[in-house]
Design a protein around this ligand. Structure first.
Ligand code: SF4
Ligand code: SF4
Length: 192
C-alpha cells in the first residue's frame, strides 16, 4: 500500500485550545475524581484486624491446595501437566508408582514455591482431575523462604481447612476409574 492510496484515511491530531494547553479539563477531571472518592464508600480495610471480604471466593486465586479424593488420598495422578504449564516454574513434583490400583502414578513429593508463584491459575486449569486448586486464602505470610515452599502435606492441609467453604470445582466428569468425589460449585461458576 502506497502513502497516496485513496483507501488510507489520514487523521489529523486535534488542535488544543487554550484551556487544553494549560491542562484545565484534566485538572477539573482530577478534582472531580478526588471529590467522588471523598464522599463515596470507603474501600480501605484495617487489616489484619478487619478481614477483606472477597466477593467471589470460589474464583479467587489465592493459596493453593491439593485436593483429596473420597477416600482421603491425594487426588493428584502425577501427570505433570500443572508443572509443565506453570509459567513461573514453581511446581516441583516427584512421581512414584501408585500404591493404589486405580491409577498408575501418584506424587511422592509435590511442592509449590508460593513466593515465586504469580497466581495465574493455569495449574488448576490444566489439571485433568481437579487435584490442584487456588483458594480464597490471601493473607499468606512466613518468616523465611523455606516456610513459603508448601509441600504435599501442607497443601493437603489447606484442602482440609477450605473444603467445606470452597467445594471442589467440577464442570466435567472425572476420567473413568477415578472415584467420584466432590460437588459442583454453586451456580456452576466458571473459573477465569
Ligand atoms: S498459579 Fe500460575 S504461577 Fe502459580 S503455580 Fe499455578 S501455574 Fe504456576
Ligand atoms: S495437573 Fe493435576 S494431576 Fe497432574 S500433576 Fe498437577 S495436580 Fe497432579
Amino acid at each position: 500500500m502506497q502513502p497516496n492510496d485513496p483507501q488510507i484515511r489520514w487523521i489529523q491530531e486535534p488542535e488544543l485550545g487554550w484551556t487544553g494547553k494549560i491542562y484545565l479539563p484534566l485538572f477539573i477531571e482530577g478534582i472531580r475524581t478526588t471529590l467522588r472518592h471523598l464522599v463515596g464508600p470507603k474501600l480501605t480495610v484495617q487489616s489484619p484486624e478487619q478481614r477483606h471480604e472477597i466477593p467471589e471466593p470460589l474464583i479467587y486465586r489465592g493459596l493453593h491446595r491439593l485436593n483429596r479424593d473420597s477416600q482421603g488420598r491425594v487426588q493428584c495422578v502425577a501427570c505433570f501437566l500443572c508443572a509443565t504449564i506453570c509459567p513461573a516454574h514453581c511446581i516441583d513434583i516427584v512421581a512414584a508408582p501408585s500404591p493404589w490400583p486405580d491409577r498408575d502414578k501418584y506424587p511422592e513429593s509435590f511442592t509449590i514455591d508460593e513466593l515465586r508463584c504469580i497466581y495465574c491459575g493455569m495449574c488448576e486449569e490444566a489439571c485433568p482431575v481437579q487435584a490442584i486448586e487456588l483458594t480464597s486464602l490471601y493473607d499468606l505470610t512466613g518468616k523465611s523462604r523455606e516456610e513459603m515452599i508448601f509441600d504435599k502435606e501442607k497443601l493437603l492441609s489447606v484442602y482440609d481447612r477450605t473444603k467445606d467453604s470452597e467445594p471442589i470445582f467440577q464442570s466435567w466428569p472425572l476420567p473413568a476409574g477415578l472415584p467420584e468425589q466432590a460437588t459442583a460449585r454453586p451456580n456452576d461458576c466458571p473459573k477465569p
